[in-house]
Design a protein around this ligand. Structure first.
Ligand SMILES: Cc1ncc(COP(=O)(O)O)c(C=O)c1O
Length: 290
């Protein structure tokens, strides 16, 4: 496996980072994951915009220009022997003597790897998946895509142990998101999701869903959604770069709607696949809108 570390492509076995790296010591870093279809990265500019925002909020120096990021990412994609990829990249604050206060004049550490992209299997798309729910006990800056993911990992473990696809989170009686995805519900034909805030990650897939709904005349509303309304929803979806859009047909062992992926989901899933095809056909790594 060829990975990227601080400006160089090299075999994963030869890539090493100091034990004093603040990513290792404090989880002090941010990351992105970009899906790549047929070697064409999907929404790369939007991912880079979010990366820049996360770095700014975390007060970590951005070591590269937009053009440098693009070039390093393309080189990493080209170095892999498979076409559909999930490019993961992270920037940590760098190596320094252990001290909570932020060190001055440190060089950020940049690591990137690309794995074969794993989207939900066709059977799961057609039949939907199960979810469990939990209280959202993470910090209050969920808008920063931080590598400190112990909260998300412990929450995801609850659904993993239940054999479910996701853990849907509620804070103060309202829907936030899921352990590694955003959440939409459908009630009486209206697609609904919590508005962007410090309580959720501003998902790139969330934005694609919103654009596709708007471009295709599908009613959509952003609002604080009480837990009871999620449990009474006709449809629940989770969205992320790897899950794309997936129907949740069972929540905490109870059926959602009639227990099958609903008609609004099926339409959105179709639109999403068509949009992906459009991006791939446009091919040469340019921005395409819905
Ligand atoms: C907590 C959380 N929310 C939402 C998402 C979805 O974001 P995106 O659509 O950009 O993949 C993710 C993806 O990793 C996530 O970890």
């Amino acid at each position: 496996m060829t990975v990227f570390l601080n400006g160089k492509l090299l075999p994963a076995e030869q890539a090493s980072v100091s034990v004093l790296d603040r990513g290792f010591i404090f989880g002090d870093g941010i990351y992105e994951l970009v899906p790549v279809y047929s070697r064409v990265p999907f929404r790369l500019d939007e991912h880079l915009t979010r990366l820049e925002r996360s770095l700014g909020e975390a007060k970590i120096r951005n070591p590269y220009s937009r053009a440098q990021w693009r070039s390093h990412i393309y080189q990493l994609i080209d170095a892999q022997p498979f076409d559909d990829q999930g490019v993961y990249f992270q920037v940590t604050r760098g190596v320094a003597k252990r001290d909570h206060a932020l060190p001055k004049n440190v060089e950020p550490t940049v690591f990137m790897m690309s794995n074969p992209l794993v989207n939900p299997p066709q059977a799961q798309v057609e039949q939907g998946g199960a979810a469990v729910s939990a209280q959202d006990n993470r910090w209050l800056r969920c808008d920063i895509k931080s590598i400190s993911l112990i909260g998300n990992c412990l929450l995801r473990q609850l659904s993993a142990e239940a054999g479910a696809a996701e853990t849907i989170l509620f804070r103060d009686g309202k829907l936030t998101e899921a352990s590694a995805s955003n959440v939409f519900i459908v009630r009486r034909g209206v697609i609904q999701s919590p508005p962007k805030s410090n309580l959720i990650l501003p998902g790139i897939t969330y934005d694609v869903i919103v654009e596709l709904a708007a471009a295709n005349g599908m009613p959509l509303e952003f609002r604080a959604i009480p837990e009871a309304e999620v449990r009474a929803a006709d449809e629940i979806w989770v969205t992320s770069s790897s899950k794309e859009v997936l129907a949740i047909v069972e929540l905490d062992g109870k059926r959602v709607g009639d227990g099958r992926p609903g008609p609004v989901f099926r339409r959105m899933h179709q639109l999403y696949q068509e949009f992906k095809q459009k991006v791939m056909r446009a091919g040469k790594r340019e921005a395409v809108s819905a």
